[in-house]
Design a protein around this ligand. Sequence first.
Ligand SMILES: [Fe+2]
Ligand SMILES: [Fe+2]
Length: 199
Amino acid sequence: MAGEELVREGHGFGRALNLQPGAQALAAERPPAKFMLRDKSLIPLSHQHQRALALCVRIDRAQPIPAADLEIWQTEIEQNFDQEIKIHFSAEERVLFPAAREFPELIPLAEDLIADHAALREFFSRAQMRRMSSETLLAFAQRLSRHIRKEERQLFERLQQLMSPEKLLALGMQLEAALKDAAQSCILSNEAARLRQRP
Ligand SMILES: [Fe+2]
Ligand SMILES: [Fe+2]
């Protein structure tokens, strides 16, 4: 059930982003959901959603995951978090959610998405500590894909309707800067950790 839903989601994003149907892991022969074309200000986040969703689909398809494979999955999840998702969450929390909160109708959704981030961070720290079971991995994939679906279908779609083209353009520039800033501080803290580890 989850796999079917995840696959359909990926197909919709591909169309929304005008991507070539190359992401075969996400392709599905069924009528696409109706998506607005994604505004260019939100495309970097949507691309990252697509990559996270591909991971969710792979976890779902790998069920039941044997105990011997848990280590490799958790390593991959940890790497995804460190290299992209941590930065993505930070940009959403610093720029996107505050922009959404300016519209009263989007405040409950923004709160809900912030709570999702907290729950997902718990999953990521369990992966980092290698404490995930096969069931936890599946619960993680389902929670992450539900979160992405809410952002794409509800938050992004509504923001595109509510915000003027000028505001969307400014939002895109702020997001770009936040993604860059977070990536830079991530590189610096990784570098500092490496230096600390030297004898
Ligand atoms: Fe998010
Ligand atoms: Fe997101």
